[in-house]
Design a protein around this ligand. Structure first.
Ligand code: G6P
Length: 615
């Protein structure tokens, strides 16, 4: 959701900014813009509705010279997506240009005051208020940009990552962060790079500084990075080594990132388990569990907070923690939890799951839990993001950057981390016998191989996909551990093919969705061999009896279900609790191929964002 890129150095800024915006396209956006201080000293702003390629087309005949620039992809919140509302925004005099991610909550009050003082606005965005306010403060007090930013930010309520160019100081970019991510890259030649995450920076430098909330950074060409706060106190953020490789940011021969990421999953899960499961595959070591053993082992209750796909991973986590650790678990949408005045005990463990580590609602839920004195544990992918920094401890899923908006490898990475965490805690609490623990750990290490087997269904699914492209609605059914898999399968289809789909507990179908079943509505049933296998067969028959068309995911060797299903997709056997890691694969592939058949932009579905930094 919204992306920021900046560069100040000795090279031409424009190509770096455009490439950076392309790297951030995955976050989701609907317009883009760039500002540069040209060779002749003018501050040029170019903006376009649509894709970065539309911006490039718009810039073709324009002056794109200059070695200092900022650029932005906007995901509309205040005001429709058009070139006026796109960023960067000029200040009234045209001296400053600003880009902003986040939301300024008190923008209307600030705007009214500025209008009273004669300032005219061009856009209807909350962001423009910032640049007008900063320039007004500069002019009214006769002060320079840094001081004006400090004064302005004292008046602002909300979330922001901002970057400002000043025509009068072409060697400097000033940026600031509050609850919205911002990373500064340090070039060897004195240049600075700026971005919402490390992906636009990775090809230029491996040294980065993740700004903290309240930081204001001055990027002045050839000078040391200066970081202060609103009260001008010097801050000392650490320089970190970047964790992203270029290969992870390219499609590597696949037509879409999503397909690449689906196929990467076996390798990702090996990375996720590496160093955590010993070579004999009989023991899991998570440093967070060692460091905070008492808190975790004696948890009175676990509350999982998350959004979207991460919430589905949480539903699987609930079953793992309850059955293996015998700890009661609640799974909450972060957006509901934060406003519900929930009961939180100091001996609760709150587990926040988020691939991006930046989801605004999840961050707010964490804050609430912390205030209530609970211990907060993060399960994240993005290194150095806000959630890992605001939780007491946690475990990274280490699956590499996920670029496709529809989450795939992050989901299975989250489920793998939750599986390891539940097994660790269960072993410490002695709620499962030692032998069972060892067998389960061994089986977990076999999952990547079994995923490879499951990926072999790709060709079959590609052949099946055209049958489903004309569907208006689809139903996904599963029970037990496979119920969240059904929810996630339906979400994947919705997100990228725009076909309405619902996930339902198979037995619950007869209390409503059964009324919808006819030969027009495909029904996908996860019917792998587990405790509820026979019951799921009955549910399939209920669908068949009403003329429904069933595609069933079954365990290899199954001979029963083919009698009742139109299509069978066969998967390797594993323990019931790890089945989601296998059964998700064909459902991801199904969504992917249906969307491709429908000619959709799989990696950039309409209206969606990868990193949802507004509530
Ligand atoms: C967005 C993404 C989803 C993701 C959800 C939660 O909607 O498109 O893929 O599941 O946000 O994001 P998080 O980063 O917290 O997992």
């Amino acid at each position: 959701m919204c992306g920021i890129v900046g560069y100040i150095g000795t090279k031409r800024a424009y190509p770096i900014l455009i490439k950076g915006l392309q790297r951030l396209e995955y976050r989701g956006y609907d317009s883009a813009g760039v500002a540069m201080i040209s060779e002749t000293g003018s501050l040029n702003v170019y903006k376009a509705k649509g894709k970065v390629s539309d911006l490039e087309a718009f810039c073709q005949e324009k002056d794109i010279t200059g070695c200092a620039g900022i650029a932005h992809t906007r995901w509309a919140t205040h005001g429709e997506p058009n070139s006026t509302n796109a960023h960067p925004h000029y200040s009234a005099s045209g001296r400053l240009a600003l880009i902003h991610n986040g939301i300024i909550e008190n923008y209307l009050t600030l705007k009214e005051k500025l209008i009273e003082r004669g300032i005219q606005f061009r856009s209807v965005t909350d962001s423009e208020v910032l640049v007008q306010l900063v320039e007004y403060i500069m002019q009214n007090n006769g002060i320079e940009l840094l001081e004006a930013v400090q004064v302005a930010l004292h008046q602002v309520i909300g979330a922001y990552a901002i970057a400002i160019l000043d025509r009068e100081h072409p060697d400097t970019i000033i940026c600031a962060r509050q609850s919205s991510p911002l990373v500064v890259g340090l070039g060897d030649d004195g240049a600075f790079y700026l971005a919402s995450d490390a992906s636009p920076i990775a090809e230029y430098t491996d040294k980065v500084v993740y700004l903290n909330d309240g930081d204001i950074a001055v990027l002045q060409l050839g000078k040391e990075l200066k970081v202060v706060n609103m009260d001008n106190e010097t801050q000392h953020p650490k320089v970190k080594q970047i964790d992203v490789t270029l290969g992870q940011l390219e499609k590597g021969g696949y037509p879409y990132f999503m397909l690449k990421e689906i196929f990467e999953q076996p390798g990702c899960l090996r990375d996720c388990m590496r160093g955590r499961i010993n070579v004999d595959a009989d023991r899991i070591t998570l440093s967070a569990v060692i460091d905070y053993r008492e808190k975790l082992v004696s948890a009175r209750r676990i509350i999982i907070v998350a959004c979207g796909t991460s919430w589905h991973a949480g539903l699987i986590g609930k079953q793992l923690f309850e059955s293996l650790c015998r700890i009661p678990v609640e799974v909450e949408y972060a957006s509901e939890f934060r406003y519900r005045d929930p009961v939180i005990y100091p001996d609760d463990v709150v587990v926040a799951i988020s691939q991006s580590g930046e989801t605004a609602d999840t961050l707010a839920a964490i804050e609430l839990a912390r205030k209530a004195g609970a211990f907060v544990f993060g399960v994240c992918n993005a290194i150095g993001a806000s959630i890992p920094r605001q939780t007491s401890t946690g475990v990274y899923i280490h699956v590499g950057p996920e670029i496709g908006v529809a989450s795939t490898k992050a989901f299975t990475g989250q489920v793998t981390v939750l599986s390891m965490l539940a097994l660790c805690i269960a072993n410490e609490r002695r709620t499962i016998p030692g032998e069972q623990y060892k067998e389960m750990v061994k089986e977990l290490t076999q999952i990547p191989d079994k995923m490879e087997q499951a990926l072999k269904t790709n060709e079959q699914i590609e052949r099946l996909a055209p049958i489903f492209t004309y569907a208006k609605n689809c139903l996904y059914l599963g029970r037990g551990y496979n119920f969240p898999v059904a929810l996630e399968g339906a979400l994947k289809l919705k997100e990228i093919s725009y076909i309405h789909a619902e996930g339902y507990p198979a037995a619950e179908m007869k209390h409503g969705p059964i009324a919808l079943i006819d030969s027009e509505m495909p029904v996908f049933v996860i019917a792998t061999r587990d405790r509820l296998y026979e019951k799921v067969i009955s549910n399939i028959q209920e669908v068949r009896a009403r003329g429904g068309r069933v595609t069933a995911l079954v365990t290899e060797g199954d001979t029963q279900i083919q009698k009742f299903a139109d299509h069978i997709i066969t998967l390797p056997d594993t323990l019931e609790c790890f089945q989601p890691l296998i059964a998700s694969i064909p459902l991801q592939l199904l969504a992917y191929h249906i969307a491709v058949c429908k000619g959709k932009d799989v990696d950039r579905p309409r209206n969606l964002a990868k990193s949802v930094t507004v509530e």
